[in-house]
Design a protein around this ligand. Structure first.
Ligand code: FE2
Length: 423
């Protein structure tokens, strides 16, 4: 007796009328018209069924703090960092945890069941680190939360960062972070990349750095990150996040850089919602929008995921942790409007992101975790177009969230019409 059969699913690869059988929290079979009994059956009714969304870049220690202690009136990165500095002394573990748990509930409702969150290690008490490690354990039944030790004020620029980062890793933080463009000089930035990659190599950890999150076309720490990855044999284990300076770089230099990144096996994360609002703030017209070169990186076979980065915090006032909104913005700001390009953006918030996080058991193959999302859409492009309603969110074969289908009832001259925006 199976635990669950999800019937009549459409999959992102185009397969239709597929049944998915679940036993003991894992996918037991994926085939048309499975003839078996199950304790529970769900009719997907031809809707798209996907493995969960994955947010590969987030800041859970700051989320939902919007308005504390005041709003970011200029909307700039620098006012956001200043505001975060004002807020930090007043943070309590209880408040950080409460906000993180609320955000995780939003994530579950949106079908996002894996999150990589950076956590600032600037505060010597490591209060936020300890709070989010507790949250990680508490939400583990529903969400895979991966934490990155993030020296927000610079690894060298802040004299406490090196010690705090080591202590955070000793406490169980998963990934080594960094922020080379925020160090005092380009040389110190490059040195920080080398030092942090060595820490990761020594400990057998992954790396994910905020890298070149600036409009400066000469901010080239991604080059050092690729070289250090190559030197230390960390291929497939290192990610550069943001990479917004690549938007402004000299095109000839980029033609050399892209193969270097690809050769080193460094992955990239773009954060389109945040970068389009934060970059280019020093520009008159035309204004750069700061999106890294998504189309060109995909063309160079560089793994590229998309992150939400922020929800209602000092840097970004909006959001409900909907990874389809992220993909929607990436399609627009990246000129990714080709059919395959839109499908690639869907993969950047699902399978590509899962690979980048090294998630175990992710996917729709037999033996994978039975973590599934039923969307009110028939394919990935429609899902992005509609920011589709998550009809069911399933974790290890259990329905943990359900949402009523989006449908309007129109009354036009006495005639009733249902409108659900599907085609
Ligand atoms: Fe970030």
């Amino acid at each position: 007796m199976l635990d669950l059969i999800l019937r009549n699913a459409t999959l992102a690869d185009g397969r239709e009328a597929v049944d998915i059988a679940v036993l003991d929290g894992r996918i037991a079979e994926v085939a048309p018209a499975i003839e078996a009994a199950a304790h529970e059956e769900i009719d997907a009714a031809g809707h798209l069924v996907t493995p969960p969304f994955v947010d590969s870049h987030f800041h859970m220690d700051a989320t939902l703090s919007l308005g504390l202690p005041r709003f970011n009136e200029s909307g700039t990165l620098l006012e956001g960092i200043a505001l975060w500095g004002e807020l930090q002394p007043d943070l309590t573990a209880a408040a950080v945890k409460a906000r993180a748990h609320e955000l995780c509930r939003w994530s579950i409702a949106r079908g996002t069941l894996a999150i990589r969150s950076h956590v600032d290690v600037t505060d010597p008490s490591l209060m936020a680190v300890e709070a989010l490690l507790e949250v990680k354990a508490e939400v583990a039944p529903w969400i895979d939360l991966q934490l990155v030790a993030f020296p927000q004020n610079g690894f060298y620029r802040d004299p406490l960062s090196a010690e705090n980062l080591t202590r955070a890793l000793n406490l169980g933080v998963d990934v080594v972070g960094g922020i080379p463009h925020f160090e005092r000089t380009m040389a110190e930035g490059a040195a920080s990349v080398a030092a942090l990659c060595e820490i990761a190599a020594d400990r057998g950890l992954l790396v994910d750095m905020h890298c070149d999150e600036t409009d400066d076309p000469l901010s080239r720490h991604i080059e050092t990150l690729a070289m250090e990855t190559h030197r230390l044999g960390l291929q497939g284990r290192v990610t550069g996040s943001h990479l917004t300076s690549m938007h402004s770089m000299d095109n000839y230099y980029v033609s050399k850089l892209l193969p270097l990144i690809a050769e080193s096996g460094v992955a990239a994360i773009a954060n389109p919602l945040i970068n389009i609002t934060i970059q280019g703030r020093h520009d008159a017209y035309p204004k750069r929008r700061g999106m890294t070169r998504v189309k060109e990186m995909l063309g160079a076979d560089i793994a590229l995921a998309l992150g939400h980065d922020c929800v209602m915090d000092p840097w970004y006032s909006l959001g409900s942790h909907d990874m389809l909104e992220v993909a929607h913005m990436a399609v627009h700001v990246g000129h990714m409007t080709g059919r395959d390009e839109m499908r690639a953006m869907f993969q950047s918030v699902t399978t590509t992101a899962a690979g980048l996080l090294h998630l175990d058991g992710y996917g729709l193959d037999v033996g994978c975790n039975a973590d599934l999302v039923v969307l009110q859409a028939r394919d990935p492009i429609e899902a992005i177009r509609l920011s589709a309603t998550r009809l069911y969110v399933i974790r290890r074969g259990q329905v943990i969230s359900r949402m009523a289908p989006t449908c309007a009832r129109l009354n036009l001259d006495g005639e009733q019409h249902d409108v659900n925006f599907l085609r």
